[in-house]
Design a protein around this ligand. Sequence first.
Ligand code: GLC
Length: 640
Amino acid sequence: MIRRYRVGNPMNTEAVVQELPFETGDLPGWQMDPESRTLSRDMSGDTVVYGLGETVRGINKRGWLYISNCTDDPNHTEDKHSLYASQNFLLITEKGQCTGLFIDTPGKVTFDIGYTKHDRLVVTLEDFDADLYRIDAETPRQVVSELRRLTGKSYLPPKWALGFGQSRWSYLTADEVREVARQYRLAGIPLDSIYLDIDYMDHYKDFTVNEEAFPDFPGFVAEMKKEGIHLVPIIDAGVKIEEGYPVYEEGVQNGYFCRKENGEYLTAAVWPGKVHFPDFLNEDARKWFGDWYAFLLDQGIEGFWNDMNEPAIFYTEDHLKEVFEQLDGMKGKNLDLSAYSEFQELTGTVSNNPEDYRRFYHNFHGEKVRHDKVHNLYGYYMTRAAGEAFARLCPDKQILMFSRASYIGMHRYGGVWTGDNKSWWSHVLLNLQQMPALNMCGFLFSGADIGGFGADATEDLLIRWLQLGIFMPLFRDHSAMGTRRQELYRFDRIPAFRSLIRLRYALIPYLYEELQKAAETDGMLIAPLAFDYPEDSRCAEIEDQLLVGPDLMIAPVWQQNKKGRMVYLPEAMKLLRFRSPGDYTEEILEAGDHYIPYGLDEAVFFLRKGGTLKLADFRDEEEICSTLDLENRGVRIISF
Ligand code: GLC
């Protein structure tokens, strides 16, 4: 059952698709205080708080302060409060009861979940204007599906998007991309997509191609497709300011960019230097920007990733001017402790400065709205621009789409990737812990940069990460310019990588079917153990094992130099140990704690009681290059 309450006078975010009548009175179970702009409640010893989508820390969110404020911050450390996403949904279980709360408000929201006071949950809204949806159901899974009924069906990607993807920021030419494809084929490692980062563009301009580095782009796209490889270009939020550049010219002529108080367009800077931000919240601007995707669709492209859409701001022209003026005053001075701190504060806060988010406005439902009031919708509406355009331009085709920033509601138009993580062991765990929460919020098609985006990956880290990644819908190795190269063929253990990626392809019939079912039935692909074993109090504490679809449980190794790990089985399960898709062993294990050896060259996971695993049926000597090779193949069944 969903009940809708309202505080203040909220804007319509269009996160929900179902219009519900308002209840009167206070939100049951919560204390509401307009003065302090808070909703709060106690938590008992066994209260578990799930949800919030993509955040730092564990599956159980208790014990930290999370702030919904889409932020471009590449350091996803435990001390952070905000990442790229804002998904204001809490799912609370206690004493056999469960309840959900979706706080639909486009501005900043702070979730103090036992941070200030261990047993107190306090939600503070920057503006006390929100639609509050309280969901009561028998089970956590039912709460999740009620939320989805409210907010709409989840986006489903094309099947090829579940194949392996290779990405790197710095594939500078078509030949470099060809070489990546060639090396994968040589190594016998399947590959379905190569991602094109900003380097494919002409001077980082959206909807352009650098003709010198990528000549005859449609021909190149077709050539790769013949090999079973999709090219997936990035699109950034900011539009370069450049005379004669049609996206810029059209945006200016039609008034589609965000303006400042004085009516001028805001000038910010991102990769191309100075840009304007399209006003995705304005329906006409959204349609216009969406139509530009046709520039690449018409050249054979079938997938995109939307980036920098928090929006990330390197600097604004106005703020930079202020900074330089103040720095001028510091020139030649002896910078003592306080003056130096001032200097640091000045120079260290040029990017993503909160003041800058108050400098520009949107035309939202015909009203002039200051950006910070609707900040968390920006990435959502950019991706919506794309999703709505795909439905118009190619209604019969599924287009791959995922975004960096997000808000609930965006799950109807695309998935997410979790942004600029690092090649750290702790980020293998973070990837695992973010997935169930993303699923709860409707973002079924999601994943992290496997191997880590920033910092240098090692072979063992990459293998362990892939052993988790083979169960994640978005399965992409991506890394930053300047870091150690981490395409799989660059390491020694080619046979291990080959077997692992081939196993992923064998798992696609199961994964895609379950993803489809989850999208259709408003369910989850990836869930915490406690969702299916509510009676078993141990499960509420398990932070590094997951349920994948109804039949599988995974318990990946995420620590350096571990040759195995302790695994908790809430019931008897069948342990499956694969050395390749055709070479595996099975062992039935009783409920309880087990030490499970887990070699670098294998994939270990668990089939649940009554479970059935459908594997694509191919023999070890058969070549599998891409998802195309899975078509019309039979399935092999393993059951327990
Ligand atoms: C951002 C993205 C990253 C991309 C880079 C360059 O940092 O998160 O994935 O590689 O921009 O476009």
